[in-house]
Design a protein around this ligand. Structure first.
Ligand code: 8GP
Length: 831
């Protein structure tokens, strides 16, 4: 098909009018779902609606493909093992600019729009911050009209579904594809083969050159599934391309003919395992063979796909780095450095030096964590058994790199040991972060403090080697999903007050600033927050069966459960408040609802014990008539994107209380602040920048700084030095079995850890935290002061749009200019 030059034309099928929508909806119900209203389920209606939206997406997708093909434009490839997209329907309607019309159209057909939205199973193809960041980034890339592809894995099972049974987390498989997925398009014609295992051997090619051949042990096929990603109110629809693993052939017929049916099917089963399930670990690696295979699988498939695109566009491979800028989202895709070398040297016979030059100009690496246990290292033997050829390539990269180090740092043997791509202290490992650093032209952290700590701590030797490679790109989140879609009441108010340009340019929120002094506006601001709280309270009632008071302060901590994020610090403070109330029933305490949510990695026992403690405290506190008009505790099960959209708009206090120097950035902190919640937080990650933007007077700061944490540890941290009488009461209460029906051992692993060897310094920060919480309560009682602070948080959150982040990546790293898209219709293309 060739695009034809003429004016854009809205065809009947994809017009954005209400009438066209209703027609499309009924058409789809009939011809796609094959149902009529008497038999249709809510899910049928959802699918019919999704297909109507999808037609509009496809029109923009084709238009975008046409524009990019014509321009031959430089393209960003975002490589990520996780894309935590959240539901598509609502977001696509926002980005098409037709949310209100479609809601009306559906109502006019006699259906409940919200019920249909709720039918969508969210694609939970990520663990937390890193995966959600990838989703925000591809939204911003499309909004900024930058040609880009997201490359990842189409996991059949995403992050597990969390249930709470008797206070404990239970994991259930996430069958998100159960009813099909209307947002993806299968592209079997672009399937590629990926090899694994086996061995290498030398041979002589037709010119008698000595070369190396990889004889794989097994082969899988990667099949791409494409999801169009719309920009906000433009004609751009970029692509998220996720790979599914399949067997080359369903049956091995030679085996089958020998009568070994089981053996014949085994290959198929094994192949499909590769994209079967997301590893549910956040910030902790498990050195499992399957995970390395997954990483290599999607990276190899993606690089091969990019080479196919080069062929289609008739570009020589020597220009790979001019056509593509590849961003490595953490080290999960870092094997791409060795794979691109293999493809260029072994398969396309480029000289090593030229291939290396192309490789280094192609990749950039983002680090997302400072936790040592999250830095990926693969045992050498395991690595060799999966990727024998890549290990050779890594040895060669390492040898050349260490030669360079030797000359730069004459006589510094220990530096060689520290920088090597191979860790030789004891069992030998391949260090993926080192591979990423050596093979990339830029390296960045995700908030200012984090980038500084990378330079001076985790990646210090690389910084000394190549200071010019390092920069900071503070994270951001998309205001389309995290404000326009999830907080419609606020969006309406903002629309009345300052228009809606902020949705595309979040800095415009600054126009709100003067309104913080307008009493009538403050009143409306409060009404909106209150309405959001009422709605959320109804949801909690339905989910947890707990009645919470919308007049109380909604104090929220939602994120993965991890010791460094210190949910236990929060719950210890709740117990302290409970203790104060029980000791003095007349204590003047600001009524609060403490809301927790988050998943623990299934094998992370302490994190699961923290969940149990939160639920156990909730059980006691919520039932105790002596306090329960003033304290409530809620653990919201299965925190995910959908539940995030419910909770951020209702929150008043955002808990960002990690041990300073541990949280790389955080992005939930940004979502809270832009929705008008105030932060209680440490000097960690992006908290520091949020405080800088909103003003110290509009932020509740407590705790040790990263520097003080380091000093405290260097001196030898002794938790008991920080024991206070109140903290003593809290720990005793837990250990007495008060929250565990007399079981004095249940929480011992947790309390012993805190008392004797807590690397996260909970006791050291407890007093400062409690004191700061008193300040919070005081501020909350001054209704006007609080409202003013809340408005200023939203007004000054412009920096935290992922559009700003992506502009910075674009200018400093990718250098991929935007390519506006002209809308084509069916009339414009001829076969
Ligand atoms: C997270 C960081 O913990 C968080 O501070 C940051 O905002 C987010 O990345 C986005 O940059 N890191 C991870 O989620 C992470 O390292 N996960 C990998 C181990 C799976």
């Amino acid at each position: 098909m060739k695009p034809v030059e003429n004016e854009p034309y809205e065809d009947e099928r994809t017009a954005l009018t209400k009438e066209a929508f209703k027609r499309a909806f009924l058409d789809n119900l009939f011809y796609v779902q094959g149902k009529f209203p008497a038999l249709a389920t809510q899910n049928d209606y959802y699918q019919a609606l999704a297909c109507a939206v999808r037609d509009r997406l496809l029109q923009r997708w084709i238009s975008t493909a046409a524009a990019y093909t014509k321009q031959g434009s430089r393209t960003v490839a975002y490589f990520s093992a996780e894309f935590l997209m959240g539901p598509h329907l609502g977001n696509n309607l926002i980005n098409l600019g037709i949310y209100a019309q479609v809601r009306e159209a559906i109502a006019e057909l006699g259906l409940d729009f919200d019920t249909l939205l709720r039918q969508e199973e969210e694609p939970g193809l990520g663990n937390g911050g890193l995966g959600r960041l990838a989703a925000c980034f591809i939204d911003s890339l499309a909004t900024l009209e930058i040609p880009s592809l997201g490359y990842g894995i189409r996991y059949e099972f995403g992050i597990f579904h969390q249930e709470i049974v008797d206070g404990w987390q239970m994991e259930r498989t996430d069958k998100w594809l159960r009813f099909g997925n209307p947002w993806e398009i299968l592209r079997p014609e672009w399937a590629v083969e990926v090899r694994l295992g086996g061995h290498t051997e030398q041979y002589r090619d037709e010119h008698e050159r000595l070369r190396i051949r990889w004889v794989p042990g097994k082969v899988v096929v990667g099949v791409p599934y494409d999801t169009p990603i719309l920009g906000y109110r433009n004609n751009t629809a970029n692509t998220l391309r996720l790979w599914k693993a399949e067997a080359p052939e369903s049956f091995d017929f030679s085996t089958f003919n020998r009568g070994d049916y089981g053996g014949a099917v085994r290959q198929k089963v094994w192949s499909e395992t590769l994209s079967k399930v997301l590893y549910p670990n956040d910030e902790q690696i498990q050195g499992k063979t399957l995970r390395l295979e997954q990483q290599y699988f999607f990276v190899s498939a993606s690089l091969q796909d990019m080479m196919r695109i080069m062929r289609v566009q008739k570009l020589p491979l020597e220009r790979f780095h001019e056509k593509f800028a590849v961003q490595l989202n953490d080290t999960h895709p870092a094997i791409a450095v060795a794979e691109l070398m293999r493809l260029l040297v072994d398969e396309h016979v480029l000289p090593w030096e030229q291939a290396w030059d192309i490789t280094c100009k192609t990749f950039s690496y983002t680090n997302h964590t400072l936790l040592p246990e999250a830095l990926e290292c693969w045992p050498l033997e395991l690595f060799k058994s999966v990727l024998p050829r890549h290990l050779d390539i890594i040895y060669e990269i390492n040898a050349r790199f260490l030669d360079e180090v030797r000359i730069r740092f004459y006589g510094d043997e220990s530096r060689l040991v520290r920088l090597s791509l191979i860790d030789e202290n004891g069992e030998r490992y391949v260090r993926m972060a080192h591979l990423a650093c050596v093979g990339s032209h830029t390296i960045n952290g995700v908030a200012e403090l984090h980038s500084e700590l990378l330079k001076h701590d985790v990646l210090k030797d690389f910084y000394e080697m190549w200071p010019h490679k390092f920069s900071n790109k503070t994270n951001g989140v998309t205001p389309r999903r995290w404000m326009a879609l999830s907080n419609p009441r606020l969006t309406n108010l903002l629309g009345d007050a300052i228009g809606d340009a902020w949705i595309k340019n979040l800095d415009e929120l600054i126009e709100l600033e003067p309104l913080a002094d307008d009493a009538a506006f403050r009143q409306r601001w409060r009404e909106i927050k209150h309405a959001n709280k009422v709605e959320f309270a109804a949801f909690v009632k339905e989910r947890n069966g707990i009645a919470i008071d919308p007049q109380s302060l909604f104090d929220v901590q939602v994120k993965r459960i991890h010791e460094y994020k210190r949910q236990h610090l929060n719950i210890l403070h709740v117990i302290a408040l409970y203790h104060r109330l029980r000791s003095d029933p007349n204590a003047d305490i600001q009524p609060r609802t403490f809301i927790f949510g988050g998943k623990a990695a299934p094998a992370y026992h302490l994190a699961k014990l923290i969940i149990k403690l939160i639920n156990s405290v909730a059980d006691v506190v919520n039932r105790d008539p002596a306090v329960n008009d003033r304290l409530k505790v809620v653990f919201l099960p299965n925190f995910n994107v959908t539940n995030g959209q419910r909770v951020y708009p209702a929150a008043e206090l955002s808990e960002q209380i990690s041990t300073a120097g541990k949280e790389a950035s955080g992005t939930g902190n940004m979502k809270f602040s832009m929705n008008g919640a105030l932060t209680i937080g440490t000097m960690d990650g992006a908290n520091i920048e949020i405080r800088q933007e909103v003003g110290a007077e509009n932020f509740f700061l407590f705790g040790l700084t990263a520097e003080q944490v380091a000093q405290t540890k260097a001196r030898g941290y002794r938790p008991l030095d920080h024991m206070t009488p109140e903290l003593q009461e809290v720990i005793s209460l837990i250990n007495s079995g008060f929250f565990s029906r007399g079981d004095t051992e249940l929480f011992r692993a947790l309390t012993d850890g805190l008392l004797w060897h807590d690397p996260y310094l909970v006791f050291a920060d407890f007093e400062s935290y409690s004191e700061c919480q008193l300040q919070v309560s005081k501020a909350y009682r001054d209704v006007d002061r609080w409202t003013r602070m809340s408005i200023l948080n939203t007004a000054r959150s412009g920096k935290f749009s992922s559009d700003r982040t992506i502009r910075e990546y674009g200018a400093d790293i990718w250098r991929a200019p935007s390519v506006p898209v002209r809308l084509l219709s069916q009339q414009d293309v001829k076969v």
